[in-house]
Design a protein around this ligand. Structure first.
Ligand SMILES: [Zn+2]
Length: 489
């Protein structure tokens, strides 16, 4: 066991049993190392242990475009407060936001503000609502990447990795490094020693290796360090952030303890038989539906990522062990709903998706997936798709299964729903998410709910129950009540 006894002038006296060793950090012997040391000095990063900063501006919701391949929908960030503890790799982000445009996804109310409280601590992530912590293992990769590309974080990470700077033009330099399995980053250090830009890459379940470009401008001296007051970022080629920093606290006392719920997070899959050969698969934030056909099984929705979708696939295979799971239906391209499409491909399934989304999936699935290769990258399989325009019949002699496009809604331009006419069941995502039982209807009808009813009536679908891909199974009357509409007789 090694114990650090003293730390004079960058050297550590280490006690290993009865043996004493002197360990000294190598002095900056090249101009490259000097650049990193000069940046750390100019930024004050060695003096920063914890940090809290507040900002406001514009954001965009990554992965929630209205049209596949289009820009991320714009939101107003009324306030963003980030608290960071660098030694423990912990971060809290408190956000008050509202939609700045009506189209696109994001799980935000169509009107009014929403408050989010998001945490990372090492390998754990969770979201907090009141006293309830909801584990979010799927957020670890993105939040870890965000933590270590902060202007001081990127220098600390570069030092930790033993990165060396490369001289650039006009006295600038660049420092490239990677944290294996997590992200890679190249920081640009100006002649003034300040971090001006970070180009980085991190793994995303839909896009694979996803490019981020973050710029830091308008530095000010605050609390003995330098901190940028303008932060801009793009993810996957489109803007996600344009912030003006209002307040910075250096080394504040932070309380970032990990709740038990986050520590004990596990992928939970449940199934409920809703009709003969139809199972509602739940247990997490996103549901799926398994449907037994004459000689195979189909799965509606492969959400989130490998972890969720592979657990769902394993569960569904047990429901009818003699039938192969051949088909996966994707409701739409939003990343939380499409994050398991790659897993379905890896498992040899044909993916039924809207034609516009197929073109998009084919493009992004061809991108590199090297930082943390997923099951599809390992399987070396190419996706096989079946396109849907406005309607596709995918049933067989045992039961008809109709896939319909939901037209004219604000959530996604290429949103599909699945209808089982024999059972009068409708499977839909994000057009309607039932509230808790006996929740009074919202003051104003939700435009997505109204649009879903319009589509049900346009297509003359006789629906008894809705199997929503968020929330619980409900009689169709609950949708009509939420939308303050009268159900057909
Ligand atoms: Zn969505």
């Amino acid at each position: 066991m090694l114990t650090v006894i003293a730390r004079p002038f960058g050297c550590s006296l280490l006690a290993a049993g009865t043996l004493f060793l002197m360990s000294c950090a190598a002095p900056p012997s090249t101009s490259a190392d000097a650049a990193l040391a000069r940046a750390a000095q100019a930024m004050g990063s060695d003096r920063v242990t914890t940090l809290r900063y507040s900002a406001e501006g514009t954001g965009h919701t990554f992965g929630q475009a209205y049209k596949a391949g289009g820009p991320w929908p714009r939101i107003t960030l009324h306030s963003v407060t980030r608290s960071i503890d660098y030694p423990t790799g912990s971060m809290r982000e408190e956000v008050v936001l509202s939609r700045a445009e009506p189209l696109g996804g994001g799980g935000y109310p169509l009107a009014g503000q929403q408050r989010n409280d998001q945490y990372l601590s090492g390998e754990l992530a969770w979201n907090q609502t009141g006293t309830t912590a909801t584990p979010g293992p799927r957020f670890v990769a993105e939040r870890t990447h965000q933590l270590w590309i902060t202007p001081h974080g990127v220098l600390k990470a570069a030092q930790r990795q033993g990165a060396r700077a490369q001289p650039g033009a006009a006295g600038a330099s660049t420092i490239a490094f990677a944290e294996p399995g997590r992200y890679s980053a190249t920081a640009t250090i100006g002649a003034d020693g300040l971090v001006s830009r970070v180009e980085s890459t991190y793994p995303d379940p839909v896009m694979g290796d996803t490019a981020a470009v973050t710029t830091y401008d308008d530095y000010r001296e605050i609390g003995g360090i330098r901190f940028p007051t303008r932060v801009r970022q793009t993810l996957g080629g489109y803007p996600v952030l344009d912030l003006v920093v209002k307040d910075v606290q250096v080394n504040p006392a932070l309380q970032l303890s990990v709740p038990d719920a986050a520590r004990n997070a596990a992928e939970r899959v449940t199934s409920e038989k809703v009709a003969d050969g139809v199972w509602f698969i739940a247990g997490g934030s996103h549901n799926s539906v398994a449907i037994e056909m004459q000689d195979h099984l189909m799965l509606v929705e492969t959400p989130l990522n490998d972890a969720r979708t592979l657990a769902v696939i394993e569960h569904v295979r047990q429901l009818a062990p003699n039938k192969p799971l051949r088909t996966a239906v994707n409701s739409h391209q939003h990343f939380d709903h499409a994050g398991g499409v790659r897993a379905a491909v890896a498992e040899g399934m044909t993916v039924v998706a809207h034609a516009d989304n197929i073109a998009y999936f084919e493009r992004v699935f061809a991108q590199a997936n090297r930082i943390r290769p997923d099951r599809m990258a390992g399987a070396g399989r190419t996706a096989s798709f079946r396109p849907v325009g406005d309607k596709l019949e995918i049933g067989d002699a045992s039961r008809p299964v109709e896939v319909h496009r939901i037209v004219g809604g604000p959530h996604s331009d290429s949103l599909l729903m699945v209808y089982l006419p024999k059972e009068k069941l409708l499977i839909e995502a994000d057009a309607y998410t039932p509230g808790a039982p006996n929740t009074p209807p919202p003051a104003a009808p939700n435009a997505n709910n109204v649009n879903l009813i319009d589509n049900i009536e346009r297509l003359k679908l006789g629906v008894d129950r809705i199997l929503p891909l968020h929330g619980r199974v409900v009689p169709v009357g609950e949708l009509y009540a939420a939308a303050q509409r009268t159900p057909p007789r």
